[in-house]
Ligand binder design. Structure first.
Ligand code: G1P
Ligand code: ZN
Length: 536
């Protein structure tokens, strides 16, 4: 086995977005692309000598090949050991847990989350740090700087490591420990939830459907729900991970989880439905006739949390959780989009619950959002209250008011046009306050920036906010996870506290806010788009 130092050149544009480096699979498969990025990560963290890493991914196309490259590079860079999920599989929260549990120096997570998989679809690589969470902004910047200065990478010439067999092998001086991807994660869940109470729920005839969307959570959900908690076989649907996720978008929302939506709308609908995404960090929660928005889900979990210390949400997430935090007298932090911004607050013990409007909910047990954790959290609330999802939502809105909420995505816009929308919005900010749109008066308009209260870092340009008093808000921002063109996201929100108005269709409740957003941003004029591509 020979160690090579391979000469290379910087590859332009290897800049990570909201969640790691995400590109077309074929880009990752191009000569040196993956190798350059891995070496840039290793250089940015001060080398790999004597370090230990977790490596695993969501099983999408190229996952298996990329892992072999990472192993050979880690070994060639002097790493002491790696823990790999069997067959290269680890959900994102399970990888985060393994990093923390074994005190590893970090982890390489191969996933493009909810983006489709396949040779013509998307691939991604994310580096997580010793706390189990995604690389912070400053580490991401250092990685990018390394990608631009790279002249060589180190790699072993070696046979593939057999990742099908659990146990320990060696690659040069580096130990490779192949672990069952589910066992440690399931053990962690058993410490967080009252499994007896959950078993009681299913023993009493409670029925649920969990849609794993042909992605990574299939084995985790089957083990936890069917084997440990006694839900009937077949509770988990689409439960075998496939490299192309069955050709779908493994994104748990009413648009892409259509199979589950149909089951929940059927005459014999189970009591509860849930889904998770490609890499297992997102979740969708739905009851009979009651889809729960992620923002509301966060608020309900906060309201029923037995030991809430503090909460945080990403800026575009609705203020539903803020209202719960106020009532409970705990702090509520507003951070930029992306899970990496929750890390310092979780590490400092300021919060133990956080979430994003994009189907992400999580806590301090790992440093990633966690789809199955969210599902078990909801089951726990249902078990302890004995109430249906619909009843829980009705009660919540009666008590706290309802933050009607929707996100409108304009996808694959020319980057120039998307930039034009944002530039025009930026330019209009100083004059917006005091103006009225669709009967709503702007009380504040700004571009969100964040000062981390723990590490003091400053993050600018995190979305344009237009606020209408205490009740309504529009946010505009560009996605940082796409792989083609730009995606413009428009987040719409309005608080309703009139007890007789809590059951409106969302589009109707948001009609004025939607109109105001159109007038403010002039999306049709800048982009030619008359309507969003996806509404969630
Ligand atoms: C999207 C979501 C964001 C989430 C990220 C990774 O990022 O909006 O909340 O953290 O995916 O799952 P975006 O494409 O908006 O940059
Ligand atoms: Zn994900």
């Amino acid at each position: 086995m020979a160690r090579h130092t391979v000469a290379t050149q910087p590859i332009a544009d290897q800049k990570a977005g909201t969640s790691g480096l995400r590109r077309k699979t074929r880009d990752f498969m191009a000569p040196h692309f993956l190798e350059n990025y891995v070496q840039a990560v290793i250089n940015a963290i001060g080398g790999a000598a004597e370090k230990r890493f977790v490596v695993g991914g969501d099983g999408r196309y190229f996952n298996d090949r990329a892992i072999q490259v990472i192993l050979r590079m880690a070994a060639a860079n002097g790493a002491r050991g790696v823990i790999v999920g069997q067959n290269g599989i680890l959900s994102t929260p399970a990888a985060s847990h393994l990093i923390r549990k074994h005190g590893m120096d970090g982890g390489f997570l191969l996933t493009a989350s909810h983006n489709p998989g396949g040779v013509d679809q998307d691939f991604g690589l994310k580096f997580n740090m010793a706390n189990g969470g995604p690389a912070t902004e400053s580490v991401s910047d250092a990685i990018f700087a390394q990608t631009q200065a790279l002249s060589a990478y180190r790699i072993f010439d070696a046979q593939d490591v057999d990742l099908a067999v659990i146990g320990q092998t060696r690659l040069g001086a580096m130990t490779v420990t192949v672990v069952d991807p589910v066992v440690d994660y399931a053990a962690l869940m058993a410490t967080l939830f009252d499994f007896d109470a959950l078993r009681g729920l299913f023993a009493g005839g409670f029925r649920m459907a969990f849609d794993a969307m042909h992605a990574v959570t299939g084995p985790y959900a089957k083990h936890l729900l069917e084997e440990r908690l006694g839900a009937p076989r077949g509770t988990v649907i689409n439960g075998t991970p496939l490299p192309d996720f069955g050709g779908g978008h493994p994104d748990p929302n009413p648009i892409w989880a259509q199979g589950l939506m149909a089951i929940m709308a059927g005459p014999d609908a189970p009591n509860f439905g849930a889904a998770s995404d490609g890499d297992g960090d997102r979740n969708m929660i739905i009851g009979r006739g009651a889809y729960v928005t992620p923002s509301d889900s966060l608020a309900v979990l906060a309201a029923h949390h037995p030991h809430l210390k503090g909460v945080a949400r990403s800026m575009p997430t609705s203020a539903a959780v803020d209202r719960v935090a106020r009532t409970k007298g705990v702090a509520c932090y507003e951070v930029p989009t992306g899970w990496k911004f929750f890390g310092t607050l979780l590490d400092a013990g300021l919060i133990n619950l956080c979430g994003e409007e994009s189907a992400g909910t999580g806590a301090d047990h790992v440093r990633e959002k966690d789809g199955l954790w969210a599902v078990l959290s909801w089951l726990s609330v249902i078990a302890s209250t004995g109430q249906s999802v619909a009843a829980l939502m009705a009660e919540h809105w009666q008590k706290y008011g309802r933050n009607y909420y929707a996100r409108h995505d304009y996808e694959a816009i020319d980057t120039d046009k998307a930039d034009a929308v944002m530039q025009a919005l930026r330019g209009s900010l100083p004059a917006l306050t005091g103006q009225s749109f669709a009967g709503l008066v702007v009380t504040r308009a700004d571009e969100f920036a964040y000062d981390d209260p723990i590490d003091g870092s400053h993050t600018a340009h995190q979305g344009i906010r237009v606020i209408f008093g205490d009740t309504a808000r529009v946010v505009f921002r560009l996605s940082g996870t796409g792989t083609a063109g730009a995606t413009l996201r428009v987040y719409l929100e309005r608080l309703e506290t009139d007890p007789g108005q809590l059951d409106q269709p969302t589009a109707a409740a948001l009609a004025a806010v939607t109109k105001a957003a159109a007038a403010i941003a002039e999306i049709a004029r800048h982009t030619g788009r008359q309507a969003p591509d996806v509404i969630t």
